[in-house]
Design a protein around this ligand. Structure first.
Ligand code: ADP
Length: 460
């Protein structure tokens, strides 16, 4: 369950463990080295002070005095003459100490220096130093000092134990801290995992906390916004499906009802029969158009459907569509004028789809304008954009409904549309096509005065 935190904890602990080990060992070596040096230097100083005293009074009494002074100390002094004969000693000489009792003869006076003779505290029972007794340039004898190594070993052993406990303590505290921190780091990840699982199940409600100002906070915010978009998507999809079924229900009821009446053979009047068949045909056409428009719209929403990009002449397309619709305009007694639509204007796009845009707009303008009215197409162009306005003197759209007309299946007045025959998909299709062409479309309308649709396209 909490694998990341365990992994993170193990890696960090291993690093920390190595770090503590290296630090402890370095500290230990340094301290031992420093301590031994200290002990040896002290012993040398002691020997040196004896040598100075003896240099001034190299007689039996002084030697005896020096040996006596050293007696109670744990250190030991041995005074030699230049032949190596022991002149005085503070403690009895052990056989193992004999090999160090060598006088410092054979050198010019300036070459005599005080040196540690033995510093191997681990193996030898004592450390030893040697100091010359010098009177001017004359070597009178040698002072050899011994110090037992047992106390040193005790101190080192104590140091080892202290460092071991210190290291252990550090490691334990470190482990606890590391596991606490790594579980703190991975806790939000686990929460996010749970949240995404919830989203996958369709529960979009849960909100993750986003108060951290790091990558985890960003991730939580992204998950929250993903949940919101999914929720919105799901909602619009459900609404849309409900709207489609509603749209289909009315014409299908007509089809079912009228065909059943006809099948029962109760109607003998040929005129009436024809009237019913006409209704059936009109309703089938309506369903057919609705399904066709839905299919068009869905196709455009799937990015993989090929979308042609050719150099197309907007003017010739507008003229073509105007001519196609002119008979319908004439029969409705509505004027259709093209203003300033003369020279070619080239844009990049799909001619069939641009045709669809003007077909829908001009058809709407006709359907929502009563006879005697007027529809105008005005074209203006600059260096980079072409602006086309489709202006009608029709019934207009209430201001509150203006933002809604682009929605799929939205109709301003449902009953009116049944008469005028729209599916409510026309403008949704128009908007989609215009967007795909990097263009824009806006609407202005005054009720009972008229409506103007304004389109912008970038010119090639
Ligand atoms: P429909 O197929 O119902 O015409 P559209 O998507 O083409 O669907 O238009 C949506 C709604 O916008 C229509 O139902 C209509 O009420 C309104 N509308 C569109 N064009 C015009 C216009 N030129 N004049 C008045 N109302 C319009």
């Amino acid at each position: 369950m909490r694998k990341i935190s365990v992994k993170l904890g193990i890696i960090l602990s291993a690093l920390f463990f190595t770090f503590v080990m290296v630090i402890s060992y370095t500290l230990y070596s340094f301290m031992v080295h420093f301590y031994i040096k200290q002990v040896a230097t002290e012993l040398l100083h002691r020997g040196h002070s004896h040598a100075i005293v003896l240099a001034n009074h190299f007689d039996h009494e002084t030697m005896h005095h020096v040996a006596m002074m050293e007696g109670p100390a744990i250190t030991m002094v041995v005074i030699l003459d230049n032949q190596g004969k022991v002149l005085a000693n503070s403690d009895p000489i052990l056989p193992t100490q004999r090999k160090y009792l060598i006088p410092m003869t054979g050198h010019p006076a300036s070459m005599y220096e005080e040196i540690p003779l033995e510093t191997d505290w681990e193996h030898s029972a004592f450390i030893a130093t040697r100091s010359p007794i010098l009177n001017g340039n004359q070597l009178l004898g040698t002072v050899v000092m011994f110090s037992p190594t047992d106390p040193i070993r005790d101190v080192v052993r104590f140091l080892k134990v202290v460092l071991l406990w210190f290291g252990l303590g550090m490691i334990i505290v470190g482990f606890i801290l590391i596991f606490y921190l790594s579980s703190r780091i991975t806790k939000p990840l686990i929460q996010m995992k749970a949240a995404t699982q919830n989203i996958a199940k369709g529960n979009y409600g849960s909100e993750l906390r986003t108060d951290r100002n790091d990558e985890l906070g960003d991730l939580a915010a992204s998950i929250n916004s993903l949940a919101k978009s999914l929720q919105h998507y799901e909602q619009t999809r459900t609404e849309f499906l409900a709207d489609v079924s509603h749209e289909l229900r009315t014409p299908l009821t007509y089809l079912k009802g009228y065909s059943e009446i006809l099948l029962q053979d109760r109607i003998t009047n040929e005129e009436e029969k024809k009237e019913f068949l006409k209704i059936i045909r009109d309703e089938s056409i309506r369903v057919h158009l609705l399904v066709q428009d839905l299919f068009e719209l869905t196709k455009m929403e799937v990015a993989s459907v090929p979308f042609e990009k050719n150099e197309i002449d907007l003017v010739s397309i507008i003229e073509k569509i105007a001519e196609r619709l002119r008979p319908a305009y004439d029969s409705d007694k509505i004027e259709l004028n093209l203003e300033n639509v003369s020279d070619s204007v080239f844009i990049e796009g799909d001619s069939k789809r641009i045709e669809q845009v003007f077909l829908n707009l001009l058809d709407n303008a006709r359907r929502y304008t009563s006879s005697g009215g007027k529809v105008e197409i005005v074209l203006e162009k600059s260096e980079t954009v072409v602006v086309i306005k489709v202006i009608d003197t029709g019934m207009g759209i209430p201001k509150s409904e203006l933002p809604l007309i682009w929605k799929r299946l939205y109709r301003v007045e449902k009953s009116r549309s049944r008469v005028t025959g729209g599916s409510g998909l026309g403008l949704a299709i128009v908007k989609k096509i215009v967007d795909l062409h990097n263009g824009s479309i806006t609407v202005d309308s005054i009720e009972n005065k008229g409506t103007t649709f304004t389109l912008h396209f970038p010119i090639l």
